[in-house]
Design a binder for this molecule. Structure first.
Ligand SMILES: [Zn+2]
Length: 330
């Protein structure tokens, strides 16, 4: 069986690596609600779409108010949408930097909406790149911070989408038909949180991510999750973690200093499998150590420089020639 390496922090290392003081004393947050004017959409989009994005953002802001985050979510971001979720909510993304640059990074968050900390990082990244757009020299970033809104608005929030599908097991990978449902029935004991769907690429939220990959052809992908506390890498053999930007790699090494390498499964239908292994796009899954909303700001401070550095990082032309599967590791 093919498998990939994941680096897992033991629980004891977690506190050392990520204990930050002072994040509970907050200044009064700025009003986070966007104005209708601030919700910019593609020129062809109609007023109805604009209103739908506005409503989505307002409802999300209401939902996260108890966290008392100092976070502007949607305001001032040129959101676009081309596709709705299974329950009809707009699936939003925004572009920053130089659209003609080949150095494209796709950043995804909230694929699993019961993981709250990635929501903070996803929207902070959109705000950050908007504010620092002039620094994006020869770089183009596409941020989709709210991939699965339907699961987010369930009470309680769910990992799955509105149809009960784990969107990160629904990509159309070669082994999906052979293994996804079979393994769910056997190995996974029909765990509803891991249901891959009845067919590959059946879900609006999966198609949304596939659309973004097909349209923008990113040179690298970052998908932000929590709380497994691992950093997975999927990609061609020639592109190991040390090909990423120095600061990002440094971050990985810091983690690795406290970790033991551990196997995780090779999941049919996962994004890493679809984009990293099958398409040769270096794909990093950052699993934040906790889904505790109180830690979100600390994670932002911790990972923001590395993520910016990853966005700036340009692969040499030769780097992307080899697109073979990663070696089997034990
Ligand atoms: Zn997840």
């Amino acid at each position: 069986m093919r498998a990939r390496l994941a680096f897992v922090l033991p629980a004891i290392g977690l506190g050392l690596a990520f204990a930050f003081g002072g994040c509970t004393s907050r200044s009064t947050p700025e009003p986070a609600n966007p104005t209708a004017e601030a919700v910019a959409v593609a020129p062809a989009d109609d007023a109805k779409t604009k209103q739908a994005i506005f409503d989505l953002c307002r409802k999300m802001d209401e939902s996260i108010a108890p966290f008392r985050w100092d976070l502007k979510t949607c305001a001032d971001i040129p959101w676009r949408t081309d596709r709705n979720s299974e329950e009809g909510r707009p699936l939003i993304y925004a572009e920053f930097g130089e659209p003609t640059s080949a150095n494209k990074t796709l950043i995804l968050a909230m694929v699993h909406p019961d993981e709250i900390t990635p929501l903070y990082l996803g929207f902070q990244l959109a705000q950050y790149f908007r504010a620092h757009e002039s620094e994006l020299k020869d770089a183009h970033v596409v941020v989709a911070p709210f991939v699965n809104p339907d699961g987010f608005f369930r009470k309680p929030r769910t990992r799955m989408n509105a149809r009960g599908v784990d969107v990160n097991r629904n990509f159309d990978t070669p082994l999906w038909r052979e293994k996804a449902v079979k393994e769910w029935n056997t190995k996974l004991g029909k765990n509803p949180r891991r249901f891959p769907g009845n067919a590959p690429n059946s879900e609006a939220e999966t198609k949304f991510q596939v659309d973004l990959i097909e349209r923008f052809k990113p040179a690298k992908i970052l998908s932000i999750h929590a709380p497994l506390n691992v950093m997975d890498y999927d990609g061609p053999t020639s592109l190991t973690l040390d090909r990423f930007a120095k600061e990002y790699v440094h971050e990985c090494y810091q983690l690795r200093n406290r970790i033991r390498a551990k196997m995780t499964g090779y999941f049919p239908g996962s994004l890493g499998n679809y984009s990293g292994v099958e398409r040769g796009i270096p794909t990093v899954t950052l699993e934040l150590p906790s889904a505790n909303p109180k830690l979100a700001e600390a994670y932002w401070k911790k990972f923001q420089p590395g993520i910016h550095s990853m966005v700036d990082f340009k692969f040499e032309n030769d780097d992307r020639k080899i697109v073979t599967n990663p070696p089997r590791r034990k």
